[in-house]
Design a protein around this ligand. Structure first.
Ligand SMILES: [Zn+2]
Length: 291
């Protein structure tokens, strides 16, 4: 049979529909029940052009030697994940808090500074901590954190690290590319998202019990801005000292905070949804079960 124009058009439309579906991000989002602590997973399809990946505080150094070592170990895997997400069309925001001046005059910094002002649907947090606005633990949303980080969480054995401002930029193992933005500011972040009509925000980076929850571009603020938020749970770490309650090893401590986030704030996913590889795992994490 000779193909008629109508048939050809139908075939073309079918191809377009298939490619549009294939281009969607299929993310496996895990939640934890507040009632019984059981986890459940659902697969969602997010449009890459409606999705941002925000990299929180992946600094070049840290006052805690163990924390700095873990960032260095995670950074290459995170960079690979960021590259994969960018290739799929996800918008990348680098958010190295308090060191954005290092990037003055870069295209990534300018993109954030020049995004047109957009009024947020709720008041952006302004209460300061560590030099920027901060979204504090919120009893209207969440229970107390499951780990005690009141000592700031140096996990080093023996002598504890002295707290100091050790960072000067984002770790250079994470590449900045054309089209990425760089900011640590809540309003600039909101402007960037509004400009692109972005509804979905994935958070990764460190440290989950502090900055990844509290920063003005991070989980608490994004949830309160009614974004669809997800935590990339294998691309994060905590400041947790196993000598403090609940007295579990460092990585179990991180998992407890991940479960806290899944219960009270947003579901989590892994980098596998972008890379097709196994989720990242720290060398030092000798526990049996996978993430
Ligand atoms: Zn330390």
């Amino acid at each position: 049979m000779k193909p008629t124009p109508t048939l050809l058009l139908a075939a073309l439309l079918a191809t377009m529909t298939i490619s549009a579906i294939a281009d969607d991000l299929n993310l496996n989002l895990r939640s934890t029940s507040k009632e019984d602590g059981k986890t459940s997973e659902e697969t969602v399809s997010w449009k890459p052009e409606k999705t941002a990946l925000i990299i929180c505080d992946m600094w070049d150094d840290h006052w805690c030697k163990s924390a700095a070592r873990r960032v260095g170990e995670m950074a290459p895997a995170l960079n690979e994940t960021v590259n994969a997400a960018r290739e799929k069309g996800v918008f990348i925001i680098h958010a190295p808090s308090s060191v954005v001046d290092f990037y003055e005059n870069t295209r990534q910094r300018k993109l954030a500074q020049e995004a047109p002002f957009a009024k947020a649907p709720t008041k952006l947090s302004t209460s300061p901590r560590w030099g920027t606005a901060w979204c504090w633990t919120d009893p209207e949303y969440e229970a107390v954190l499951p780990i005690d980080d009141s000592d700031m969480g140096c996990s080093c054995k023996g002598e504890k690290c002295e707290i100091r401002e050790a960072w000067s930029r984002q770790i250079d193992l994470i590449e900045l590319k054309e089209g990425d933005a760089l900011t640590d500011n809540g309003q600039e972040t909101f402007n960037l998202l509004a400009e692109r009509g972005i509804d979905n925000v994935i958070l990764c980076g460190v440290h989950l019990n502090m900055c990844v929850l509290g920063r003005p571009f991070a989980i608490r603020q994004m949830v309160k801005l009614n974004k669809n938020v997800a935590l990339m749970r294998d691309m994060t770490d905590t400041m947790y000292n196993p000598e403090r309650p609940p007295g579990v090893d460092h990585f179990t401590g991180t998992d407890l905070v991940i479960a806290h986030v899944e219960k009270y704030w947003c579901p989590s996913m892994t980098s596998a949804d972008f890379t097709g590889k196994k989720p990242f795992r720290f060398e030092e994490d000798k526990r049996g079960a996978g993430k």
